[in-house]
Design a protein around this ligand. Structure first.
Ligand code: NG6
Ligand code: CA
Length: 507
């Protein structure tokens, strides 16, 4: 779409945005495993997050925002496609050699902006698969089937997570800094002959040790054990301590290169996922050790991007949205002493449960929206919002008509993102690691019954699984302590019906 078309489509914008003459740039900053209680502006005491706090002070701080799922891949799938991950069987935590999970013909948030004339970029953690066939990628050649097929004009990404191979960045479908002397091989089935592993060579884990009985003990890269096996990489291998810098610098470069036209940047940090191994300059400044240092590094990334926007005179008309892919986890498999050093910090704030969980701590996440030209900042919103609605909401902002059948579960609530309390969605659906679904309304939370275990031993996470239906009054019981299902069978029935209807919806 040409700029003139964009301008005419602005006539369809909600009132608060009609004042604009130029559509805003949009930057989504998606943190990894950052909890509802992990930021100063959400009550964290043991770590300082001045840049994020400033963003919240100038924007809107959402108190009832939800990721769709309590783990990364399904959460990100839903955010980008506007379709609930549980409608598809293959959206669980992806390996680093998973094939592309979003189909090239699916409509995505990136397509929306691309078609509206924006330059679109994805930088940082991807975790939604690459290539045509799982395990069959040739990492030494341009990868067929990638982000270029789903609306992104530019990408500089990690295929999966920092704790999974391949430990290289991929820029526009090809390994960045590719080292022809060290061809790359990847397997999630067996090791390559002669290559050390964390399991057999723990003495080589000089940067971070893996927890016993938790995995992360396959290939060793940069003195850290990973999930999966890889060989080669040479100069292209990342150094964990530089990942945040690489991501921030590529983000700033993307902004700089596109300063004269509208852009959409999907900026996904590696922080604060494991292995937590931040740069030296963030270390030792808070009481919480590496997990706190990773939060400080995340905050620095936000500051770096905001400074760049300001220096380029873009921050007034850039809508920055900061959120997290799922709730927090303390011990996720490395000996980083995160648990011992919490010092009273509660990563999920007052919420029960953590990453992986059906309780609120699994999916209720920080959300901050700042857009000086379109949003009067400095306030909180108690409106129930879900990342599932980002696609349709930005479609509403752009006055775009979404293709039929696309973004199946996404509803336009752009006004809510601007702090307007009216027309909120009546409920959100949440998905736990074990695919247990919950329904959250402003008043209630219903968790469907399941037979999975109630506790993840190593992670020390309450899963929220229980054989009986659970109902919590969220107005008074944010810790989800008192199960009221037997007291309010009618409410249970209503929420079960919502879930049944959602499950039965067919495209
Ligand atoms: C789990 C890993 C965990 C983390 C998670 C993905 C084990 C035992 N646990 O399987 O460490 O990598 O996957 O996190 O290997 S997420 O935020 O990307 O979903
Ligand atoms: Ca995550």
């Amino acid at each position: 779409m040409k700029r003139t078309q964009i301008l005419s489509s602005l006539l369809l914008l909600p009132l608060s945005a009609v004042a604009q003459s130029v559509p805003p740039n949009v930057v989504i900053i998606l943190a990894d495993d950052l909890g509802y209680g992990d930021l100063g502006c959400y009550g964290a005491k043991n770590v300082e997050t001045p840049h994020v706090d400033r963003l919240a002070g100038q924007g809107i701080r959402f108190m009832q925002a939800h990721a769709v799922a309590a783990t990364s891949t399904p959460s990100r799938y839903s955010l980008l496609t506007g379709e609930y991950s549980w409608r598809r069987p293959d959206t669980d935590i992806a390996k680093g050699n998973a094939k592309m999970i979003i189909n090239p013909w699916q409509y995505t948030l990136a397509d929306l902006f691309h078609h509206a004339g924006y330059r679109t970029g994805a930088i940082g953690k991807w975790h939604l698969g690459l290539g045509e066939e799982t395990g069959k990628q040739d990492w030494n050649a341009p990868l067929p089937c990638g982000l270029q097929d789903i609306g992104f004009d530019y990408h500089y990404i990690m295929a999966a997570t920092a704790d999974r191979v391949p430990c290289v960045f991929i820029e526009n479908g090809f390994v960045a800094n590719y080292d022809p002397e060290a061809p790359i091989q990847v397997s999630y089935e067996k090791n390559f002959p002669g290559e050390p592993t964390g399991k057999d060579n723990p003495e080589l884990l000089y940067n971070l040790k893996s927890c016993k009985n938790h995995g992360h003990n396959h290939s060793i890269v940069n003195g850290i054990g990973r999930i999966g096996y890889m060989k080669g990489g040479g100069k292209a291998l990342w150094k964990d301590e530089n990942i945040a810098d690489s991501i921030a610098e590529h983000a700033v470069r993307f902004i700089e290169e596109n300063r004269d036209r509208p852009f959409f940047l999907y900026l996904c940090t590696n922080d604060i996922h494991v292995p937590r191994f931040p740069h030296d300059r963030f270390r030792g400044k808070n009481k919480m050790g590496l997990r706190g240092d990773a939060i400080a590094q995340f905050d620095w990334t936000v500051g770096r991007v905001m400074d760049a926007l300001q220096e380029m005179g873009l921050d007034d008309n850039t809508l920055v949205l900061l959120t997290s892919d799922n709730g927090p986890v303390v011990n996720d498999g490395y000996e980083d002493r995160a648990e011992e050093l919490l010092n009273g910090h509660s990563p999920a704030g007052p919420l029960r449960g953590n990453k992986y969980s059906a309780f609120e701590g699994g999916t209720r996440v920080p959300l901050i929206v700042r857009w000086p030209r379109g949003v009067k900042g400095g306030k909180d919103s108690q409106t129930l919002v879900s990342q599932i609605d980002f696609l349709a909401s930005f479609g509403e902002m752009l006055g775009a008509k979404l293709p039929k059948g696309s973004a199946f579960d996404s509803q336009p609530h752009f006004g809510n993102l601007l702090g307007n309390e009216q027309n909120a969605r009546p409920y959100v659906v949440e998905q736990s690691l074990s695919h247990v679904l919950s329904v959250r309304t402003p008043e209630w939370k219903y968790i469907e019954p399941s037979d999975g275990g109630a506790f993840m031993q190593l992670e020390k996470v309450e899963t929220g699984n229980a054989p009986a239906p659970q109902l919590y009054d969220m107005r008074s019981d944010s810790g989800e302590r008192e199960n009221l299902a037997e007291k309010h069978p009618q409410v249970v029935y209503e929420l079960q019906s919502i879930l049944r209807r959602e499950r039965n919806k067919r495209k």
